[in-house]
Write a protein that binds this ligand. Sequence first.
Ligand SMILES: [Mg+2]
Length: 204
Amino acid sequence: MDKKVIIFDFDGTIADTFPVFVEFARSEGFDFSPEETEELRNFSMRDVIAKLDISMWKVLFLASKFHGYFQKASPRVPLFEGIVDVIRDLRESGHTLAIVTSNSRSNVENLLNRDGIYDCFETIHSERSLFGKARPLRNIMRQLRALPNDAWYVGDEVRDVEAARGAGMRSLAVSWGFNSESALRASHPDSLAFEPSELSSLLN
Ligand SMILES: [Mg+2]
């Protein structure tokens, strides 16, 4: 079996942060009905921001404010059911695991420590730029000496699939996070998973 470098997104892939995100949006005056929230899942984050008609400055301001909100909420943010076992299993199989996230490093570290999987990851990179994950992915591939065919980015959004492609690595989209299955399929990921337990067989 080939040893792979498997880089994970955090929000919506490892941790179920979307409910906190919706709660935060409501507290900032964006009131979505459950139907509207479901509808948003069909759009990339770029399109969601375009639909909300807010400036990029406002987006950056809200993103920064969200990190503080999240920090307070994080003790009650669960990791997705089954993801802890999958991550342990992939690590025990000898793969190198890493995280590239737009959440803050301390938020991610706290949750991984709480659930006992912090040590499974070689490196955690926090990328605050909203659309810029391709560059950190490329840097980590270089740092970990990953070959493009053996390097995967696992994420729940269309922009994760695009970032993986931009970094010249393979993409595995997961349907349990933000973007809907149809939106993910339309972005042509190399692979698609519907529940965490599938990751072991897809990546091993
Ligand atoms: Mg995500």
